[in-house]
Design a protein. Structure first.
Length: 116
């Protein structure tokens, strides 16, 4: 069982930066692939970024490439999403997800609001 808690969201201006953090409980965090997803009002939840269990492979949706960076610290059971050059279209609730062996866990989400 993995319990995920996101933090770091907030309200910012376009062009600003935010760093989201996802803290995970459980002894097997380092075995899990981790990802960030987001859901804007009235839209489907979408993939944003993912990182392999080892931290050596990262994946991004095209709209955030070059602006967002995902990283993880397995010693601290934490995954981060550094978001730079934020745009109004990045406004959404951001969720952390853990995947391993068919098991999937979600956090409760953190709100990011970007105003122009």
């Amino acid at each position: 069982q993995v319990h995920l808690v996101e933090s770091g969201g907030g309200s910012v201006q376009a062009g600003d930066s935010l760093r989201l953090s996802c803290a995970a409980s459980g002894r097997t965090f380092s075995s899990y692939a981790m990802g960030w997803f987001r859901q804007a009002p009235g839209k489907e939840r979408e993939f944003v970024a993912a990182i392999s269990w080892s931290g050596t492979s990262m994946y991004y949706i095209d709209s955030v490439k070059g602006r967002f960076t995902i990283s993880r610290d397995n010693a601290k059971n934490t995954v981060l999403l550094q978001m730079n050059s934020l745009k109004p279209e990045d406004t959404a609730v951001y969720y952390c997800r853990a995947d391993y062996g068919g098991r999937r866990y979600w956090g409760q989400g953190t709100q990011v609001t970007v105003s122009s």
